[in-house]
Design a protein around this ligand. Sequence first.
Ligand code: SAH
Length: 230
Amino acid sequence: MKIAIMGAMPEEVAPILKKLGSYKTTKYADNEYYEATYKGVEVVVAYSKIGKVFSTLTASTMIQHFKCDRLLFSGVAGGINPNLKIGDLIVASKLAQHDLDITAFGHPLGFVPGGSVFVQADRELIELSKEVALELGTTVQEGIIATGDQFVHDARVKENIVKHFNADALEMEGASVGVICDALGIAFFILRAISDTADTDASFSFDEFMESSAIISAEFIMKMVDKIVD
Ligand code: SAH
């Protein structure tokens, strides 16, 4: 077993690296990868940088170069579902690319021929997260995550994403990571803690809560890892 744990920003993986203690840093494809043995299991940690392209590159590298056989993503997201408050956890049941748009040819938003609008996350890992939440006395809400190369801070954009995907949260990496894992047959799990609600004040909320929410997500991810290696 070799577990990939990724985030998009340094703040998202810092709490994970802290937990690992010592690790080996390897430079590859213009990024850093941190390799460690955690409770007897090999793990590879990295932050991809923001967006679909960088996250695709990192996920692909972790699987194809570092030979990870499952992938857990930890990070922050903008909440859409009003039940999701700042700091709340959402685990993706399925994800879509909200900015993949060839609707001009009659296709649904998020669809390209040969692909599908949604990519499904691994059911077993989702169920495992519910056990972990129960044990910790916390809640993880399962829901749909929409991904795009855009920091959303506009209620109208949010509404449009709900209309097309019925999404509960949005971010900038989950679906691209999911598509890669799905194509390579690797079980994946996308966890996000809410940092903002993607409205006009989203950037202020993000700046205030990104770090604390990133910690909430990272701590939960490490409990997932504990459970997986058990
Ligand atoms: N403050 C950063 C930019 C953050 S971009 C800088 O200046 O460098 C937002 C990041 O958090 C992305 O990785 C994305 O996945 C997630 N995110 C949180 N809230 C979001 C929102 N409202 N819209 C899109 N992505 C969001």
